[in-house]
Design a binder for this molecule. Sequence first.
Ligand code: SF4
Length: 301
Amino acid sequence: MSNPGENPPDPLSTARAIFTHHERVFDNFRFVYPVLSRRAKGISLGVNLNPDKVCNFDCIYCQVDRTSPAETTFVETKKLFDELEIGLRMILSGDLYRSPKFRSTPKHLRRLNDIAFSGDGEPTTYRNFDEIIAACAEIKRRHWLDDVKMVLITNASMFHREHVERGLKILDQNNGEIWAKLEAGTEEYFKLIDRTTIPFQQILDNITAAARIRPLVIQALFMRVNNEPPSHAELEAFCDRLNEIKAARGLLKLVQVYTIARKPTESYVTPLADEEVNAIAELIKSRTKLPTDVFYGTTDY
Ligand code: SF4
């Protein structure tokens, strides 16, 4: 509530401020963290499989703070499962919304949308990926949460590994959804943004192969780099890559177009304006006929 004489809070900036609170630590939890997620349109219970902050990409916009050392370097599975149990109970009982951090969650967003595997690195690099997915699915089942999704937020770099493929199939059987990162149309731009030694073609092949088995969500983050938005040629190439996946019988159910909303690794990375995000989504829609969802940025981090 605002004081007399003050302007009332702008609901859009309030929502954007809430959505920037993606800290991975909830009280004394180390591996599980509830967040109010704008892309999930509700509460997403995150599971961090990379507490050591190691990733096989080094994205220029990554929000993981790698300037400070990791407090936890390996996954203690027993603690992770306990935290998942407690986290689910807190959300289902409504206790979560009595905590200071979630007290201001709008009523319509007080719903558990998913258990999301993401965290401080690429989740599919976790050695026993299939086993941990199976164990978390079992916990979800025990709580009768068939409607709650299991979302894998991934850079798609490890889909070709056998145990990861097995993990993806377990997700399929448990209301899973794969959000695969793709935000370049050319090798050059991919290397500029994602800074990895993994070839762009490997990512495209992995996304195509996975999308031939189940429909994927593409997460595409576009930004200004040294104040330059992605060029029209790059965006056209991005649409070409999506069309190639479709032509290879890959199923894509949604392209999430978003921009910077949390403090990026590199200070030369800044968000696009809302109109620029809209224009990119329109281009993708008209060039690929795929549905898009847009999420705007903020520098309020
Ligand atoms: S893949 Fe994800 S965790 Fe890894 S550097 Fe990129 S944004 Fe960060």
